[in-house]
Design a protein around this ligand. Structure first.
Ligand code: ARG
Length: 413
């Protein structure tokens, strides 16, 4: 009998799938549930899988790995997909894929099964990652092929086959959650004009209902990674968990976007990422102080590239690894403290300091003790602007029309 490894969340789709694989594919099923810090769904998930006929049910606490190997490298790079989305869902997938492969090998399984739909990004991420790590393993995606087209049909199929479905959890949304953020889509959110209803938000307080009193925090960074809040050292998992609670209670970290999926469609999704939002503001402030201009410029570009790779499912790729090496090297100097204030949906940087700050008061001041070489400015500008003086004078001699003023479109060509 063949054996399949199923990525099992315990939700409706994968619960139905677990039974369906046994009945329709006549295979043994081993389930794998990854704990990436999602609050819901983990209770009793292993037992539930075994009750539904799984041969073995793995529930793996991957939170630390997630933070150290996926969240921090993405965060340090400043990678936000389309400038906005911190990619909690996107960077969880390669780690889950890695665990699925590991267990598939130790269980001698023939295939990996996932519960992603045929028009999302996650199928791409799982299958590209599994292809990179274990090209010999087959990937099966029942949602792309089976006849259960609606949620109602799945529920009917489930009750026909004695699968326990928590009817109370009939949320109109599709929610994916981990430590780094919550992704919410479907229901009324499918109308891009519709305001997100209050019940779609899972971990943040409505900014209008948040305390009318700001809260100030000091965050310590070491080489681009946050290590302490208000002087209290914490593990990455603890730090993100506690910052999610604090910033979430001030309504910080709500994101509403229409994004471009890999498969060529636009979708509207809302995200909640309180810790990611605060930490990004703070890290940016520290980079402004500690990175030289050229490194900042290139690092920004690298962050955009890393976002694209991670979003598209190319975490396990040579380019992603090279970019991460660059980011690690560039972040060596990003050590210091940032003070932020949280208030009704906003996070404002109040101050920053760093042992290797490149900020030179004597060069920046407009007051006493100015050390800047004002005399050199003139020669600097002379050389700096040389190329545009040349091009405009050549353009003028080619086109002596006095109405061709430089600055007017087409005047210099
Ligand atoms: N659009 C996000 C991404 O592709 C999240 C996808 C999963 N969202 C969900 N609500 N289940 O990374």
């Amino acid at each position: 009998m063949k054996k399949y490894v199923l990525a099992y969340s315990g939700g409706l789709d994968t619960s139905v799938m677990l039974k369906w694989l046994q009945l329709e594919h006549h295979v043994q099923v081993v389930t794998v549930t990854a704990n990436l810090g999602q609050q819901k769904e983990l209770d009793g998930v292993g037992t539930k899988a075994l009750v539904c006929g799984a041969k073995n049910a793995y529930v793996e606490d991957l939170r630390r790995d997630f933070v150290e190997r996926f969240v921090w490298p993405t965060f340090k790079a400043g990678a936000l997909y389309q400038g906005v989305y911190p990619m909690a869902t996107a960077i969880g997938r390669p780690l889950i894929a890695e665990k699925l492969v590991e267990i598939a090998r130790s269980e001698n399984a023939d295939a990996i099964v996932h519960g992603c739909t045929g028009k999302g990004n996650d199928q791409v991420r799982f299958e590209v990652a599994i292809g990179a790590l274990a090209p010999e393993l087959e990937c099966i995606a029942p949602l792309r092929t089976w006849d259960l087209k609606t949620r109602e049909q799945e529920i009917a199929w489930a009750s026909e086959h004695g699968i326990p479905v928590a009817a109370s959890r009939k949320s109109p949304y599709s929610i994916d959650e981990n430590l780094w953020g919550v992704s919410v889509e479907c229901g009324v959110l499918e109308d891009p004009w519709a305001e997100p209803p209050s019940d779609c938000w899972q971990i943040t307080t409505d900014p209008c209902l948040a305390p009318d009193k700001s809260e100030t925090l000091t965050i310590d960074f070491e080489e681009g990674i946050p290590r302490a809040i208000d002087g209290q050292n914490m593990s990455g998992v603890e730090l993100i968990e506690s910052l999610n609670l604090i910033a979430g209670s001030h309504g910080v970290g709500r994101i509403d976007m229409v994004e471009d999926r890999v498969v060529g469609i636009k979708s509207r999704e809302v995200y909640e990422a309180p810790a990611a939002t605060v930490l990004a503001e703070a890290r940016n402030a520290l980079e402004q102080l500690t990175l030289d201009r050229e490194t900042r410029r290139v690092k920004l570009l690298m962050g955009q590239e890393l976002a694209r790779l991670a979003y598209d499912g190319f975490w396990f790729s040579p380019l992603r690894e090279s970019i991460s090496s660059f980011v690690d090297q560039a972040s060596n100097v990003v050590t210091g403290q940032v003070r932020v204030s949280l208030y009704r949906g906003t996070c404002t940087v109040l101050g920053r300091q760093a042992p290797r700050s490149l900020y030179q008061g004597a060069l920046a001041t407009y007051g006493e003790g100015d050390a800047f070489s004002h005399d050199s400015a003139r020669g600097f500008i002379d050389i700096f602007g040389q190329s545009t003086r040349i091009s405009s004078s050549v353009a003028r001699s080619a086109n002596p029309d006095p109405s061709a003023i430089p600055g007017k479109p087409g005047a210099l060509v």
